[in-house]
Design a protein around this ligand. Structure first.
Ligand SMILES: [Cu+2]
Length: 280
């Protein structure tokens, strides 16, 4: 009886070790690099690495659980022609396997908690909205871009370009950007998928997220917080362009909106609309 159960244990251990040895390189070299959100920015690249680390940690557990399941289905199947259901052996507890399971899963969870916290603190906030005073800041010069959520669109203000407000989000490549995310009404969430940025837009709050676009291209913007009837309509496409294209574009926006700039409220880290507007 004991020797039999030990040989089951050894086989399951062998399946786990060999299976992990086969699957792990595929996870690291094939699946991992293709994980979301891609490599359009430094923080997005960091998130791909983080997602790969999560996968690597869960791989041996997944192989063990699926291997165990497969082995149990095969090894403990009913013999051919048997019609009666049989009970398994009355086993109470198996201390070594219980301790092994507790120790490995605890170690994995603790590692991921520490790793996740470190990754959020480092890497300039990892694309998250880090509030008005982020712990981790980029060292070089940043281009501030304000993101204003409102039912049901995002608009953008460029305080270093006269505070002009635009309907499109255009960023120069290779330039560290500080998004100042806020809202005029409900809680929205500024989610620029390929940039690896997701930051809550709360009224009265200046929520800062850093990102440095690495290559010219487009990216998807969505509101990621249910914000009312037309929440699903709150999407747009942003553009990353060369520095000279950016200069041309922003100059054009400033010219186009010069006439109405005087009606805009002065640039501020947050806005408090008049009560009649707040009440809708
Ligand atoms: Cu919204």
């Amino acid at each position: 009886m004991w020797s039999k159960s030990n040989s089951h244990g050894r086989r399951i251990a062998a399946i786990t070790v060999i299976g992990t040895a086969i699957v792990l390189p595929l996870v690291i070299f094939v699946l991992g690099p293709n994980m979301p959100p891609g490599k359009a920015t430094q923080v997005a690249r960091g998130q791909v690495t983080d997602n790969t680390v999560l996968l690597v940690v869960m791989t041996p557990f997944t192989v063990f659980i699926l291997g165990y399941l497969g082995y149990a289905i095969w090894a403990f199947r009913a013999p051919k022609g048997e019609t009666e259901l049989r009970d398994g052996a009355p086993i109470r507890g198996h201390m070594p396997s219980q301790i092994a399971w507790l120790a490995t899963t605890t170690a994995a969870v603790l590692f991921l908690a520490i790793f996740g916290t470190t990754e959020l603190l480092a890497n300039n906030g990892a694309g998250s909205g880090s509030g008005p005073n982020p712990v981790s800041k980029p060292s070089g010069p940043v281009l501030p871009v304000q993101v204003i959520g409102q039912q049901w669109e995002f608009t953008y203000r460029y305080p270093t370009y006269g505070g002009v407000e635009t309907a499109q989000l255009v960023l120069p490549v290779g330039q560290e950007v500080a998004f100042h995310v806020t809202s005029l009404d409900a809680v929205h969430s500024f989610w620029a998928y390929e940039l690896g940025v997701k930051a809550d837009a709360n009224p009265g709050v200046d929520n800062i997220a850093y990102v440095k676009p690495a290559k010219v291209g487009t990216f998807q913007i969505r509101c990621a917080e249910l914000c009312g009837l037309w929440h699903g309509y709150m999407f747009d496409t942003g553009r990353i362009v060369s520095t000279s294209d950016f200069k041309t574009w922003i100059a054009g926006e400033r010219t186009a909106f010069a006439g109405i700039m005087k009606y805009l409220p002065k640039y501020s880290t947050s806005y408090s609309p008049d009560p009649p507007y707040r009440a809708g």
